[in-house]
Ligand binder design. Structure first.
Ligand code: KG4
Ligand code: ZN
Length: 321
């Protein structure tokens, strides 16, 4: 039994996963409401909230699993990348739990965690496959040779795809986080109404900052009243430009690597237009697209555990290795 913790951004999460990849329980406490009025995550506010929530969330994950702390055999935790203050809360809690019973601890890379959201039973995706990881912080194309063994093929040169959704949502006067709001509003709009550009970037990289500027100018040119009236069309067209960029690049990556299987993970994998645009791809289960600890527990099955007391000096890291 693996007890996993995730606190890299604004979700406090704990989960219990078995060694053979069954998800026993998963608890996610989102702080989104707390940060909404600032239009984005405030790191210090996030750390303090994690501190309040981490113990009750762990207790709830254990209770849901019907498991006593004594029955936990390994502790897994996100080490990075993410907000350092936020990561440290989860890392310290995980160390304390592991230390108290001299259990081994498995430090997990958040991005490997997202990939491992595909590795849970009963519908796990067998490597090798070509994987698009699109979240609020990252947009990566990966060749997954085996779980825990990924090769980076491309990344974004500026904004992440989820960030593009969030910034677009803000320009359209929608709430934070904006991805799901755009997704919802776009269903009532015409994706062909506005011809937003898909950036031409060499290789397998992405760029979304030009798209965001195009939306800004379009909204400005329309004027407030007209932009408000056509909000659904703007959302649908903007979303379509992001989806085209993501789906197009994933297919190119598959062609270049010769990897036939396609997969999509991360918060943006929840997007309904992206799911519709890639019918041949496997998507992470909806509940495991945005940040959660189940994927961290899943990833722990493929990473060597550190025995007590080696992990006590472990530090968090903020950015991509
Ligand atoms: O993976 P995640 O929870 O956090 C990071 O590791 O960054 O991803 C959060 C991102 C946010 O930018 C959010 O707007 C986006 O995922 N997102 C969506 C949808 N649901 C969440 N973007 C598009 N469509 C959605 N349905
Ligand atoms: Zn994430």
């Amino acid at each position: 039994m693996i007890l996993a913790l995730e606190t890299s951004c604004d979700e406090t999460a704990a989960a219990v996963v078995t060694d053979d990849g069954r998800l026993v329980s998963s608890v996610v406490s989102s702080q989104a409401g707390l940060h909404a009025r600032y239009g984005g995550v405030v790191p210090e506010v996030a750390s303090r909230r994690h501190l309040e929530l981490v113990t009750p969330v762990v207790r709830e994950a254990l209770a849901e699993a019907g498991l006593a702390l004594e029955e936990v055999e390994r502790v897994a935790v996100t080490q990075g990348p993410g907000l350092v203050g936020a990561l440290l809360v989860g890392l310290s809690a995980a160390k304390a739990i592991a230390w108290s019973r001299r259990l081994p601890l498995v430090p997990i890379d958040h991005l490997e965690g997202h990939v491992a959201s595909l590795a849970l039973q009963p519908d796990s995706v067998e490597p090798p496959f070509c994987c698009l990881l699109a979240s609020g912080g990252h947009t990566l194309l990966l060749a997954v040779r085996a779980y825990g063994r990924t090769e980076r093929l491309g990344t974004t040169l500026d904004d992440a795809a989820g960030e593009a959704f969030d910034k677009g949502a803000r320009l359209l006067g929608l709430g934070y986080p904006g991805g799901a709001e755009i997704d919802r509003l776009a269903r009532e709009g015409d994706p062909e109404a506005f011809p937003f550009p898909v950036a031409r970037v060499p290789g397998l990289d992405f760029s979304f900052s030009g798209l965001k500027t195009a939306l800004l100018y379009t909204v400005r040119d329309l004027g407030e009243a007209e932009a408000e009236r056509r909000r659904a069309d703007l959302a649908a067209s903007y979303q379509q430009a992001i989806v085209r960029a993501l789906a197009g690049r994933l297919r190119q990556a598959a062609e270049r690597t010769g990897l036939e299987r396609l997969a999509v993970v991360g918060g943006v994998a929840a997007n309904s237009a992206l799911r519709a645009a890639l019918p041949e791809a496997r998507f992470a289960p909806l509940a495991l697209c945005t940040d959660n600890a189940a994927m961290i527990g899943s990833a722990a099955r493929f990473v060597e555990a550190l025995p007590y007391p080696r992990y006590l000096a472990l530090d968090a890291y903020a950015s991509l290795a």
